[in-house]
Write a protein that binds this ligand. Structure first.
Ligand code: GP9
Ligand code: MN
Length: 624
């Protein structure tokens, strides 16, 4: 059979076109990339091209024999990278970063979630590779062997770079300062493409490693000035009101604020919390500020009053740093400190990080009896978790500071039928439907726990702080969420949905709802002041929530800003009362402040700057 050979160079072009088109199809089908105009669509379409041309172009330097092997291998590896991003996105609604890749212990534990994520049809993600394999190795070998001349290579790479610069130029027009403000991975992928993004991430990783090596304490002067300028006086009526009391901090998995005082099919979703907030301080404008580190980020923010990182989980990337976290401060003041969470102790690198945070004891999976009947989804059910934890609580020395992390209300929100006490929501979205069931279940578990605290005589001498760790319903579920809430989920609504409940119960205090705009970053100074510990001089980015000074400003990790009257997200300033876009100038004053705060916090973490600050903070002093 005579096969007509394709022109020289066709090999690279075929490999490029196949992967290029696939990448674009994956963008459109597997990621939720919002496109607002034609320029953005063009950017999205062309953004894989220059990268692929350059990578595949390397084959022009190889001898004829090695070219095919090189093209096949690189095409396969790039497809794997893309597919890994697809899987990661399904679960986290976010793109991969190198630090996250090394969190293999977490990936192992994904367990039940993993089955939900990988489908048989996923083999389609490699179609282009099989086509390439067939063209290269099959009988139909249509390619001419070709050794490029110096001149040809020059023209080729000049062209590839020109396409790259054209792409960057368009992107810079659409999104000024794209590379300097990388809080938002979606923007990056949308503008420079999934592959360049991954490359850029390698650059960021090396930069952060270099930062620690180069740091000396001098940056702290400037940071301290910023922090002192933002310090807020404690409320004297409440300062020290909880002195010597036990602290029970409960992290409520994926608990968003919209479920509070809300019903599904006419039934309350959180009947207990709705009661409990009446006898507690309840903050209904409180935002989570987590990034890729999810639960661990929330723990980090709450106990350090520092922002988490914009990529990766601090618990992994900087667990060896020096911190001055709440458990350490309280331990130095005679408290017994423990964390309780019925999951593998290595998940989120907790076993290592907890030492740096000052925990004396971590009650992890091995301290709980977990079997088929008392577990569901991610592991031990919340009711059993609290039951078993109670035994540890009653035996430990007082005063104690204990953090308890719930788990049942975790994606994909599985729950056995006997434990369901309300009917699911009725929409096309299974995740949203089931979310209410597990929230309702966790509410019940907390109710029983509080009853047990009373029975065991711990209720009256303990401060109970409940907070939602991060969102549970991602933007993948906007349609069903929109139905439930009766509004269209715009970027404005999405940002508002990042509110999580914060409930502080102080024995003897009557309840009050506080609507100040605030975030997880504010919990540490608030708690320390309640305990009568001064925080002036501490390196913390939050402020006391009970302070009488004006606050009403919070920053999310993606750079979104919420103030009393305005909300800034995805490069747009909105009026809060109407949700309509407002003049950018209204948000402008906060933008600079937010950026400075996030940058300083990053500097502290990347440079491990607190190691230069030993003994400086008052609250860290050991009074003994
Ligand atoms: C795992 C639990 C859940 O230990 O904290 O983690 P998440 O996926 O929510 O970060
Ligand atoms: Mn979580």
């Amino acid at each position: 059979m005579y096969i007509k050979k394709w022109p020289k160079g066709a090999m690279i072009i075929t490999a490029t076109i196949l992967l290029w088109l696939k990448t674009y199809i994956v963008y459109k089908t597997s990621f939720d990339i919002k496109i607002e105009n034609w320029t953005q669509e063009i950017i999205l379409f062309i953004n894989p091209l220059s990268f692929l041309l350059i990578v595949f172009g390397i084959s022009l330097f190889l001898n004829v024999k090695k070219q095919k092997r090189y093209l096949l291998t690189s095409s396969f590896l790039l497809s794997v990278t893309l597919f890994a991003n697809v899987l990661f996105y399904r679960f986290f609604n976010d793109y991969l970063t190198i630090p996250v890749l090394f969190q293999t212990s977490n990936l192992n534990d994904l367990g039940s979630s993993f089955h939900e994520l990988v489908k048989f049809s996923d083999a389609f993600y490699f179609t282009d590779f099989f086509v390439l394999l067939f063209l290269f190795k099959g009988k139909a070998n249509v390619f001419t062997n070709f050794q490029a001349s110096k001149q040809e290579r020059k023209i080729y790479f000049l062209l590839a770079c020109a396409i790259g610069f054209f792409n960057l130029g368009l992107a810079e027009m659409e999104r000024p300062q794209l590379l300097t403000r990388t809080f938002d991975r979606e923007m990056l992928v949308k503008n420079i493409g999934a592959f360049n993004y991954q490359l850029y991430d390698v650059f960021l990783q090396s930069k952060s490693s270099a930062q620690r090596a180069m740091a000396d304490g001098s940056e702290l002067v400037e940071i301290n000035n910023y922090i002192n300028a933002n310090y807020q006086q404690p409320n004297q009526d409440l300062f020290g009101i909880a002195k010597g009391k036990n602290i029970i901090l409960i992290s409520m998995e994926s608990m968003q604020n919209f479920v509070i005082n809300e019903t599904v099919n006419g039934q309350e979703i959180t009947p207990f919390l709705n009661q409990f907030i009446k006898e507690s301080y309840y903050f209904d404008n409180f935002y989570h500020q987590t990034g890729q580190g999810k639960t661990s980020d929330s723990e980090f923010i709450i106990e350090n009053s520092l922002y988490p990182l914009s990529r990766g989980a601090v618990f992994f990337t900087h667990s060896g740093n020096k911190y001055s976290a709440t458990p350490e401060i309280l331990h130095n003041r005679g408290y017994y400190t423990a964390s309780m969470h019925a999951n593998n102790k290595t998940f989120w690198n907790r076993d290592i990080m907890y030492d740096s945070l000052g925990y004396e004891r971590f009650y992890s999976l091995e301290d709980y009896q977990v079997n088929d009947t008392n577990s569901v989804g991610w592991g031990l059910k919340d009711v059993d978790f609290f039951d078993q934890s109670m035994r540890h609580l009653t035996e430990m020395p007082q005063p104690f500071y204990v953090k308890m992390i719930t788990l049942t209300n975790h994606f994909p929100f599985e729950l056995d039928e006997q434990s369901q006490s309300i009917a699911p929501y009725n929409s096309e979205d299974k995740t949203v439907n089931n979310y209410f069931l597990t929230v309702r279940y966790t509410d019940e578990a907390i109710k029983r726990f509080v009853q047990q605290l009373k029975v065991n005589g711990l209720y009256e001498n303990s401060i109970i702080i409940l907070y939602g760790d991060h969102y549970g319903i991602s933007e993948n579920h906007n349609k069903a969420m929109g139905e439930f809430l009766g509004v269209e989920i715009t970027p404005f609504e999405s940002a508002q949905l990042q509110r999580v409940p914060l409930i502080i119960h102080i024995p003897g205090q009557t309840g009050k709802t506080i609507s100040t705009v605030s975030g997880q970053i504010d919990v540490k100074p608030t708690l320390l002041h309640l305990l009568g510990i001064e925080t002036k001089g501490n390196i913390e980015f939050g402020t006391d929530l009970f302070s009488k000074e004006d606050k009403d400003f919070t920053v999310l990790r993606d750079g979104s800003i919420i103030t009393k009257d305005y909300l800034y997200t995805k490069d747009t300033c909105y009026r809060k009362d109407t949700g309509e876009p407002a003049e950018r100038i209204n948000c402008e004053p906060y933008l600079e402040k937010a950026k400075t705060g996030l940058n300083y916090s990053d500097k502290i973490i990347n440079g491990d700057l607190l190691r230069f600050n030993q003994g400086a903070s008052q609250s860290n002093l050991n009074p003994k």
